[in-house]
Design a protein around this ligand. Structure first.
Ligand SMILES: Nc1ncnc2c1ncn2[C@@H]1O[C@H](COP(=O)(O)OP(=O)(O)OP(=O)(O)O)[C@@H](O)[C@H]1O
Length: 274
């Protein structure tokens, strides 16, 4: 067993994550791919339950991140608006073997991401449905915060919908509060959802910004805007990741959330980056 496998095995034992033999799944079908790896839908042979199997690409994810995600997920696995972690499995298909062939066995969400759900169903949603989504997102984040965890990467592609209920997922970037890293680390989130103060912090050598509970609350605010309007934030800005578009987005966000002086300071700092 290599050291990486050893770490996961340790986590399986210590974290009491259940291990399922890969042969216990059938009808394994690719349904999505994210930055970290592939996601499959599969059926549990024993009880016909549909699950999602999430694998990891070797180059894009470190073993530390997998173990981090496993451990954090175990701690909040009791909340009905957080996708359930059933356990882990190991794909023995040596041809497909990358850095790790472990996979998470997760609850399957039948209606895709919140973003695609809003795109396809917005006109059928009542205000009751929208308020329900907002409450469920807030409740799932509260559960994380009570456990001392911040999500750090909250956006509508990291939230799934199942039977018209919210299912929070993707703890890859989450950290325990006392371990929350500063903003110099690579951003994995989507810019309009990110706490704007993190941009300021990244320019100040002596003042290190740490993602905190309020950063998640900021993202919830953007999500509520998205749920109530049916639009993704700043949808009219083309090429949102080009520097000029990014600045425009940030100006629009800051105008709504900050007073003039800090806003101009931050924008000046960001301008210097380009
Ligand atoms: N538990 C699940 N049930 C149903 N579909 C899922 C589940 N988890 C993920 N998916 C689907 O697989 C896709 C990829 O998910 P994944 O979490 O790997 O990546 P992502 O969130 O899109 O990107 P990243 O991991 O880079 O943030 C999702 O967009 C979603 O459509």
């Amino acid at each position: 067993m290599n050291p990486s496998e050893d770490l996961i095995q340790k986590c399986l034992v210590e974290g009491q994550v259940k291990f399922y033999d890969y042969t216990r799944f059938r009808d394994i079908e690719l349904i999505g791919e994210g930055g970290y790896g592939k996601v499959y839908r599969a059926t549990f042979k024993d009880n016909e339950i549909t699950v999602a199997l999430k694998s990891f690409k070797g180059n894009n994810v470190s073993i530390k991140e997998i173990v981090n995600e496993l451990k954090l997920h175990c701690r909040v696995d009791m909340h009905s608006n957080i996708i359930r972690l059933h356990g882990a499995t190991k794909n023995e298909d040596k041809q497909n073997l990358s850095f790790t062939h472990y996979m998470f066995v997760l609850e399957y969400a039948d209606s895709g991401t919140l973003r695609s759900y809003l795109r396809n169903n917005f006109k059928y949603l009542s205000w009751y449905d929208k308020i329900n989504f907002a409450l469920q997102i807030a409740s799932s984040i509260k559960c994380l915060h009570v456990e001392g965890i911040i999500h750090r990467d909250l956006h509508s592609n990291n939230i799934l919908v199942h039977q018209k209920n919210i299912k929070l997922t993707d703890f890859g970037l989450s950290r325990r509060l006392d371990e929350a890293t500063n903003s110099n680390q690579k951003f994995g989130g989507i810019i309009p959802y990110i706490d704007p103060q993190s941009f300021e912090g990244s320019r100040r050598g002596n003042k290190i910004f740490k993602f905190n509970k309020k950063s998640d609350i900021y993202s919830i605010g953007i999500l509520m805007w998205e749920i109530s309007s049916g639009y993704t934030p700043f949808k009219d800005v083309s090429e949102p990741y080009q520097p000029a578009s990014l600045l425009l987005i940030l100006k629009m966000v800051f105008e709504k959330t900050m007073s003039k002086e800090p806003r101009l300071n931050i924008l000046r700092s960001i301008q210097k980056l380009y």
